[in-house]
Design a protein around this ligand. Structure first.
Ligand SMILES: [Zn+2]
Length: 211
C-alpha cells in the first residue's frame, strides 16, 4: 500500500512479534506493525502490515474507523472529476465495473490501497494485459484485447462506466459528491464474501469452506 503523504501519520509505529511463522518461508516469526493515520477525506484509519524480516513477505491492510456497516458505493463515471475521485479499498473490498464484467475481489493476497478511480482501472488494465500476453487461443486473445481497449477508452474518458465498491466490513470508501452509498443487507454481505472471483479463486473458495 502506498501512503499519499507522510504527514498523515499520527503517533509512532507499533511493532509486535507474533508466534506465527512466515507463511512463505517459515524461517522467522511474523512481525505486526500498526500505525494510526489521519487521512485527508477519509478520516482516522489504522494501517497494519504483517512482515517477515527473513524473506520480505508483507501483507498490508487498512481499516477506516469511521464506517462500520457493510456498504455498497456506486459512482457513475462520466467526467474527469469522477475519474479522479479518491478511493480507499480495504483488503475486504470488492471493486466491480459491470460494463466490463470485471471484478477485483479480495483474496488472501489482496492488499489495501488508496488511489483514485482511474488508478483502480489501471490495476484492472495491468491484469488484463498480463492475461492477454499469455492467452492460449486466438479467441481468448481477441476477447481480452477488446476488454483492454474498452478499459483504455474508460481511462481516457471516452467511455462512461459504473464504478461499484462493496465491502462487507464497511472499511472502504469513495469520496466524491455524486457517490451513492447503500447499506448492504446481511444476506448481500454474506453473498459478497462467497461470490465468484476472477482472481485468487482457489484460495477464496477454500476459505469459504472453513467458515
Ligand atoms: Zn518469510
Amino acid at each position: 500500500m502506498t501512503l499519499p503523504t507522510p504527514d498523515v501519520t499520527r503517533g509512532p509505529v507499533r511493532e509486535t512479534s507474533l508466534e506465527a511463522p512466515c507463511p512463505v518461508c517459515g524461517r522467522a516469526p511474523l512481525v505486526l506493525r500498526s500505525l494510526d493515520l489521519d487521512l485527508p477525506y477519509f478520516g482516522e484509519a489504522l494501517q497494519t502490515t504483517l512482515l517477515c524480516l527473513a524473506c520480505g513477505y508483507h501483507h498490508g491492510d487498512l481499516l477506516l474507523t469511521r464506517h462500520r456497516e457493510a456498504l455498497r458505493i456506486t459512482l457513475r463515471v462520466v467526467g474527469p472529476e469522477h475519474r479522479s475521485a479518491r478511493v480507499a479499498r480495504s483488503s475486504s473490498g470488492t471493486v466491480r465495473i459491470p460494463e466490463l464484467g470485471a471484478t477485483l475481489e479480495p483474496g488472501p493476497q489482496a492488499e489495501a490501497f488508496i488511489t483514485n478511480v482511474e488508478g483502480v482501472l489501471r490495476k484492472f488494465l495491468d491484469v488484463v494485459q498480463g492475461q492477454e500476453a499469455v492467452a492460449e487461443t486466438p479467441g481468448a486473445r481477441r476477447r481480452l484485447r477488446s476488454v483492454r481497449e474498452r478499459m483504455e477508452a474508460m481511462i481516457e474518458g471516452r467511455e462512461p462506466f459504473t464504478f461499484i465498491l462493496e465491502d462487507p466490513t464497511g472499511n472502504s470508501d469513495v469520496i466524491q459528491d455524486d457517490v451513492v452509498r447503500e447499506t448492504l443487507t446481511p444476506e448481500e454481505a454474506a453473498r459478497l464474501k462467497s461470490s465468484e472471483t476472477v482472481f485468487d479463486l482457489a484460495d477464496l473458495a477454500r476459505s469459504d469452506e472453513e467458515e
